[in-house]
Design a protein around this ligand. Structure first.
Ligand SMILES: Nc1ncnc2c1ncn2[C@@H]1O[C@H](COP(=O)(O)OP(=O)(O)OP(=O)(O)O)[C@@H](O)[C@H]1O
Ligand SMILES: [Mg+2]
Length: 226
């Protein structure tokens, strides 16, 4: 009985692992960094307890959203994707999309008379990660489609958005002021906001790289002169 128990447990474990790997492959994640990879000490403006709470996935059960705001390189995509990975691990259907690409997909579906199907597929995901809102401005058609997309999912399923514009600059993102207002109102109705205010991690890595390079050059120079 013990041997059989062990075999079944191993089989179930490997089945779960395969399902998770397939889910990740289909989800389109660019960054596969996890929450454990995130250095909270480097980004003190982020409250780890808030992220731990999100990692319980209660917000998914309640159809709530997450908005990750901040300047470039502070880990917005890292955190949103890492939460997506936790969701996938818990077997929630998860999908990562860059905002600009998502709008392009919606436009393509609209012109092919497939918009309702596309919206249905997208609204079936329990967790969506919409990355880089506001990096590129949306035209009026894009803003209309984005509004329909947000409305279809409102209070039913969750999304994690990342943006490097503050809420007060919403009009620079969406072409129409009224649409910008109603979209934001829906997104923020049930939402946790992660506000990163720190320094760019990319710059930190670059500075560290330059420091090591100077150290090596200095060592070589000293060895050469001896
Ligand atoms: N606190 C951190 N600990 C560990 N790695 C980090 C941290 N912050 C960022 N990184 C890493 O730095 C890189 C840039 O982070 P990320 O892409 O998440 O930034 P971003 O805020 O989304 O920037 P952008 O606005 O340019 O898209 C990634 O490789 C990410 O894993
Ligand atoms: Mg990003």
């Amino acid at each position: 009985m013990d041997v059989l128990d062990h075999i079944f447990a191993e089989e179930a474990k490997s089945k779960r692992k395969r399902a998770y790997e397939k889910q990740i492959q289909m989800s389109g994640f660019l960054i596969k960094n996890t929450l454990d990879d995130f250095g909270f000490s480097f980004q003190p403006s982020i409250d780890k307890r808030q992220i731990d709470e999100l990692a319980t996935m209660c917000f998914l059960e309640n159809g709530e959203n997450v908005v990750s705001l901040g300047p470039p390189g502070v880990g917005k995509t890292h955190l949103a994707s890492a939460l997506g990975l936790v969701a996938a691990q818990r077997r929630f259907s998860t999908y990562y999309a860059n905002c600009h690409q998502l709008i392009e997909q919606l436009k393509k579906a609209y012109f092919a008379n497939r918009l309702p199907d596309k919206l249905r597929v997208l609204s079936n995901y329990k967790m969506l990660i919409i990355d880089e809102i506001g990096c590129l401005p949306m035209d009026i058609q894009g803003a209309n489609l984005f509004f329909r997309f947000i409305t279809k999912r409102y209070e039913k399923t969750s999304a994690a958005f990342t943006a490097n514009k503050t809420f007060s600059r919403r009009n620079e993102v969406l072409a129409n002021v009224t649409i910008a207002f109603v979209v934001l109102e829906r997104v923020l109705h049930h939402c946790t906001v992660i506000n990163s205010k720190g320094e760019s991690y990319r710059l930190k890595e670059r500075k560290e790289f330059m420091r090591q390079k100077h150290q090596i050059v200095n060592t070589l120079f000293e060895q050469g002169s001896n």
